[in-house]
Design a protein around this ligand. Sequence first.
Ligand code: HMG
Ligand code: MG
Length: 312
Amino acid sequence: MTASALFDHAPDRVSIVEVSPRDGLQNEPTIVPTEGKRQLIDALVAAGVARVEVTSFVSPRWVPQLADADTLAAELRAPAGVSFAALCPNARGLERAHAAGLDEIAVFLSASESHNQKNVNKSVADTLAVFREIVPPARDLGMRVRAYVSTVWGCPYEGEVDPKVALGIAKELVVLGCYQVSLGDTIGCGTPRQTAEILERFAGELARDKVALHFHDTRGTALANALVGLEMGFRDFDASVGGLGGCPYAPGAAGNLATEDLVYMLHGMGIETGIDLDRLIEAGQLAERLVGRPLPGKVHKAGRFTRRTGPT
Ligand code: HMG
Ligand code: MG
């Protein structure tokens, strides 16, 4: 196979949803003050990130790290062309997100029963019933609704997960009015051939722009899986600056795919993101200071590479 044929189906441009203020900070032992979260979001926007998941309107008892969601979201003003979203599990979450002035929420559930039960204290069927009651009203309020299906590549409690189940849930979420469904490798167990098999199934049933890919990098396979998604024509990826992140209700879930690593690879392949890598690295350095620990992202640590001057 020739080099040009290898990436024949990759898009010219990719849209990244930055999840560090939510997926990242929800799993940090340190509670970052509201002002620090605002600074991180500002730094991400300054780097050109156009979609940011800023917080989560879940129970503060379940996720104390994001208990300041109402204050934080109410203080934020998305500049033109930028959208801020927040995770929302139920009617109370929707009420809070709307009161804070957000115009996008993300509902979430798992493809495996045990993870769903641990994460939201409900069966998958009962969670879908909740979404049937909140997605249409959210749309009526003028909000955009995204959705997550977690544990598509594997479950920390059940092991293997049938991709047919995830596809059935995703299709139902689209019919319900979710503009995009992000498929989660929640515990970062996926490998490239498996990714191709899962995505082939989705590509046959849903338009590419209805599907986003959300990889955690627990076992170092996130970028390889993202590359498979790209080659199959998927254009929407979630990532977290510095590789911050995890899921508090999925033991072993480490950080998301680091945004800098994804952007570095995409730009190197001539694929646009609208993001300035140098400023993104600065945002990652800020994230590191805020959580007070080194972050695992590779480009975050190494810096970018310029062919003329060598590593910076
Ligand atoms: P529950 O205890 O079953 O809720 O929790 P409940 O309806 O029985 O209510 C209990 C209490 O919580 C009540 O208060 C409610 O008002 C309150 P009380 O009357 O006892 O004082 N409550 C709320 N308070 C604030 N905001 C709310 C809310 N809802 C109820 N929205 C619930 C159910 C879903 C709330 C809980 O299980 C929860 O908050 N879970 C969230 C867990 C979570 O955030 N996990 C991480 C995000 S998912 C993820 O990371 C995966 C992802 O990244 C994709 C991937 O990687 O695969 C998205
Ligand atoms: Mg996640």
